[in-house]
Design a protein around this ligand. Structure first.
Ligand SMILES: CC(C)(COP(=O)(O)OP(=O)(O)OC[C@H]1O[C@@H](n2cnc3c(N)ncnc32)[C@H](O)[C@@H]1OP(=O)(O)O)[C@@H](O)C(=O)NCCC(=O)NCCS
Length: 238
């Protein structure tokens, strides 16, 4: 069953008004296919991150979800004198989201979801944290001391297509410390493991930080074929 993330749903909503025939671009293709899946069920490098002082991989963790593909994806690092842990998202992380979202600026919310949003329902938060690992992975970064959520990197893919869509969100007060770079590196590494051939993303043209980050990771950046003010970023992994 296709479980689409809140992020992707919102990003599709941001593109609503597109006719099916406008969904034929690269990122647009994901939009179209995921829309179809939605209606069916009626019912998301090689770079040394800036500011990161240390990065250490952790071995098996018994608290992780019992999926062998997620074992070994925990990392610890420090930046700006603070310690952080990065690991795959867990359903219990839903508890951390309200405080996390409270500390994200309105501008960052819009850059992440492509539309201004003020609230997120509990159902939406469940969709973010209870994911279908056959089609989606999310890595969270936690402040080690308080276990507060500092950032999330997400990748959703359609196994039949072999293309994924990624998105990042780092808490506004913790940006510029290398967390986004680490999340993107993790997402790319996971995509390679899953033999996903291409990662794409939709980025507002005003979002120079994300575009800069994508450029450093080798993403190709082109204007969205149908939406003014939007860029499609794409990285081939083949
Ligand atoms: C985009 C985002 C994820 C980057 O996360 P981050 O933790 O700040 O990124 P990093 O600290 O790893 O910095 C990566 C690069 O981004 C750029 N960057 C970071 N902070 C920046 C700032 N304040 N101004 C300009 N560029 C900046 C730099 O190029 C930096 O690389 P460098 O310092 O090595 O030169 C974060 O700004 C964010 O969450 N923004 C809101 C949501 C969003 O835009 N998501 C992307 C769309 S899905």
């Amino acid at each position: 069953m296709m479980v689409c993330s809140l992020e992707l749903e919102d990003r599709r909503r941001a593109l609503s008004g597109q006719s099916a025939s406008t969904c034929d671009g690269s990122a647009g293709r994901i939009v179209k296919e995921n829309c179809a899946a939605n209606s069916r069920q009626a019912g998301r490098w090689p770079v040394n991150p800036a500011g990161v002082d240390a990065l250490e991989e952790e071995g098996l963790n018994s608290v992780l979800p019992a999926r062998s593909s997620l074992l070994g994806w925990n990392k610890h690092f420090s930046s700006g004198g603070r310690n952080y842990c990065m690991r795959p998202i867990r359903p219990s992380d839903i508890e951390l989201y309200p405080a996390f979202l409270d500390r994200i600026s309105a501008r960052d919310i819009k850059q992440r979801f492509l539309v201004a949003r003020k609230t997120f329902s509990s159902l939406e938060l469940k969709r973010i944290t209870q994911i279908d690992h056959d089609r989606e992975i999310a890595f969270v970064v936690l402040e080690a001391e308080h276990e507060d959520l500092a950032g999330v990197g997400r990748l959703c893919w359609d196994p039949a297509v072999g293309t994924g869509e990624c998105a990042l969100l780092v808490r506004t007060d913790l940006q510029g410390k290398g967390i986004g770079s680490l999340l993107l590196r993790q997402v790319v590494a996971y995509a390679k493991l899953k033999t996903i051939g291409r990662i794409e993303g939709l980025v507002l043209e005003e979002n120079l930080t994300m575009l800069d980050l994508c450029r450093k990771f080798g993403f190709r950046i082109v204007p969205h074929p149908h939406e003014l003010g939007l860029r499609v970023v794409a990285l081939n992994l083949d």
